[in-house]
Design a protein around this ligand. Structure first.
Ligand code: SF4
Length: 381
């Protein structure tokens, strides 16, 4: 993705001047503008968020802000795509820096996935028994592939519900899980699927590097992809944390490797991590295996409750692509939107995320199925 260089009148602003300009434009734009900020964003960006949350929650919230013509998504590319898929045609979604992508989403491109589907069709005589399930951290094209092949999207919060519904519908079904091998493996294992029934499909190996026997026995075929942030956590860090303080609780995100999740005291989505720690006993201590901005903010918020929170890793583990959304880019995009609002005829809009209609329609199928199943599962509990 190409990001045009920032003009000098924006680049040369002091941080305070940027903040003032953003606030001035927010007043001018009123309810026409909404800021969405992902949990992993840096502090000087998240301070402006009208809503803060995970990617799907933010997209759903964006769709509810029907007055907002302009939606600025402070997150990464696939998140802004999801917002564009879920919002109306009258709403425009912007990403302040087009190079803010996701290394995990990039690990499954459409050509590779189509080829994998072809490989699978040679091993499964009835392809209606193979259900593609994609993590929401994937491109709109992969969500569309999933939608048109009778598949479903998942988040880290509802992955288990979705797997359960696939197998309730057809106990013989095999899931092709994209693009994060760890979330797929950790979820299926927790549900009792043995590791040897979850072969790993490598898009760079012949037939995905999976033997005929493994295809035959598979319950979940995992795509070889991972999150570079969560891959930084390891079992040694957990051992070290416990050696330093045996009372510490270790909680990690299910995008972490299998061994890490097994060694931790608990694992869960960002929402679950926040909820568990916020409701923990006063004086409890937590080490957390997820993105550093979220961990730091949680630690600050809970200081008064005397709950200690720190990262599992001694090194900061920010998502480098998320980090590309910074104050100058945010200022630039708001300035551009404000100019367009005043003079739409003569102002070109930059960095609008537009998912083509056909892809939108098919991707929406996989998101709608997910929401339907999740709502049914949560209202039944
Ligand atoms: S934290 Fe990982 S999955 Fe999330 S956007 Fe960054 S690279 Fe992608």
């Amino acid at each position: 993705m190409y990001q045009m260089p920032l003009p000098s009148h924006i680049k040369n602003l002091t941080p305070q001047a940027s903040v003032d300009l953003i606030n001035q434009h927010r007043k001018e734009l009123g309810n026409n503008l909404v800021f969405l900020g992902h949990h992993y964003q840096r502090d000087d960006v998240i301070q402006f968020a009208d809503f803060q949350g995970d990617s799907l929650k933010l997209s759903q919230l964006a769709a509810q802000q029907t007055e907002a013509k302009y939606i600025v998504f402070c997150g990464v590319h696939f998140m802004a795509e999801s917002a564009d898929i879920l919002t109306s045609d009258d709403q425009a979604v912007f990403l302040p820096d087009m190079t803010a992508g996701c290394s995990m989403a990039d690990m499954a491109d459409l050509d590779q996935v189509e080829m994998a589907w072809e490989d699978l069709s040679q091993h499964f005589p009835n392809m209606s028994k193979v259900i593609p399930v994609t993590y929401v951290n994937s491109s709109a094209e992969i969500k569309a592939f999933t939608g048109r092949n009778n598949g479903i999207c998942v988040t880290s919060s509802n992955c288990r519900f979705i797997f359960e519904s696939v197998w309730e519908n057809d106990p013989e079904a095999t899931i092709l899980f994209l693009p994060d091998e760890h979330l797929g493996r950790n979820t299926a294992y927790e549900m009792g699927v043995p590791l040897d029934q979850m072969p790993l499909y490598d898009p760079f190996a012949e037939m995905g590097g999976i033997t005929d026997e493994q295809y035959k026995n598979s319950k979940v075929i995992l795509w070889k992809g991972f999150c570079s942030v969560h891959a930084e956590f390891n079992v040694e860090q957990i051992q070290e944390a416990r050696e330093k303080d045996p009372d510490v609780n270790v909680i990690v995100h299910p995008e972490c490797g299998f061994d890490v999740v097994q060694a931790a005291d608990a694992s869960g989505s960002t929402a679950k991590i926040v909820q568990l720690i916020e409701n923990a006993e006063e004086g409890s201590k937590w080490v957390v295996g997820t993105e550093i901005n979220l961990v730091k903010r949680l630690a600050q918020r809970l200081e008064d409750k005397h709950i200690q929170v720190r990262s599992l890793s001694g090194k900061a583990c920010p998502c480098v692509t998320m980090y590309r959304i910074d104050l100058p880019h945010l200022t630039w995009i708001i300035d551009n939107i404000a100019k367009h609002f005043k003079d739409p005829e003569n102002t070109k809009l930059y960095n609008q995320i537009r998912v083509p209609d056909e892809i939108k329609e098919q991707a929406r199928l996989s998101l709608d199925r997910m929401m339907m199943i999740t709502q049914a599962a949560t209202s039944a509990t």
